[in-house]
Design a protein around this ligand. Structure first.
Ligand code: ADP
Length: 212
């Protein structure tokens, strides 16, 4: 079973995709994490990736298509499927993906821009393990410190005001049309993402897990 998560920044895709991957025992593929890891390598490819993600632009389709394909070709994946967070992100990527993978369900976590902007300003990540916190809804036990590994909590490099505006704009222009694409195919499950993590998890359990 292949399940795609769609939704704007901070809609909870990462958290809920991880939950679903554990529940259904399917591997999770998070393209943002893969790209950030590649960026830190600092080689030619890493430098190229940085020129896009640091300003909030999408990396070129041929690059991300190849990266996802390579990831899926690793022998850690079997044919049972996977959960995808951050891919496909536009129609070109969706068409490429659908050439070799069947999309079973698409979970769309819907939240308005006002909520996105509020949540982004409060988002912090651990500079060591990448765990995500939120100064409003998911506080660490100790101020500025990761509960899991003791790392420092920082703002993501692309959570600057400028990069946020670019990312949100790209989301509406390029990614949101995918909701229509999958709605037409009868695969879209729209979930209100404005609730708490637990509430959204409950909705996913009801509408995605129980119906699998
Ligand atoms: P967000 O959803 O908050 O923008 P992600 O972690 O999903 O954050 O992605 C971070 C960045 O990684 C994006 O702004 C983009 O530059 C790049 N990226 C991730 N997935 C893709 C993709 N499928 N196609 C192109 N670029 C991508």
């Amino acid at each position: 079973m292949n399940i795609i998560f769609l939704g704007p920044q901070t809609s909870g895709k990462g958290t809920q995709a991880k939950f679903l991957s554990e529940k259904l025992n399917l591997p999770l593929i998070t393209t943002g994490d893969i790209l950030r890891k590649k960026k830190t390598l600092g080689d030619e490819e890493g430098k190229l990736i940085a020129t896009y993600i640091d300003v909030g632009e999408l990396v070129p389709d041929n690059l991300i298509n190849r990266i996802v394909r390579e990831e899926l070709d690793k022998n850690t994946y079997d044919d049972n499927g996977a959960i995808f967070d951050g891919y496909p992100r536009n129609l070109v990527q969706a068409e490429e993906f659908e050439k070799y993978r069947q999309v079973d369900k698409v979970v769309f976590l819907d939240i308005p821009d006002g909520v996105v902007l509020k949540r982004l300003a409060a988002r912090r990540i651990c500079d060591k393990c990448g765990a995500i916190y939120n100064l409003i809804s998911k506080l660490p036990t100790k101020d500025g410190t990761c509960d899991k590994c003791g790392g420092k909590l920082v703002q993501r490099e692309d959570d600057t005001e400028r990069a946020i505006a670019v990312r949100l704009n790209i989301y509406h222009k390029l990614t949101e049309p995918l909701t229509e694409h999958y709605e037409k195919l009868g695969k879209l499950i729209r979930i209100d993402g404005t609730g708490t993590i637990e509430e959204v998890r409950g909705e996913i359990t009801k509408h995605v897990i129980r119906s699998t």
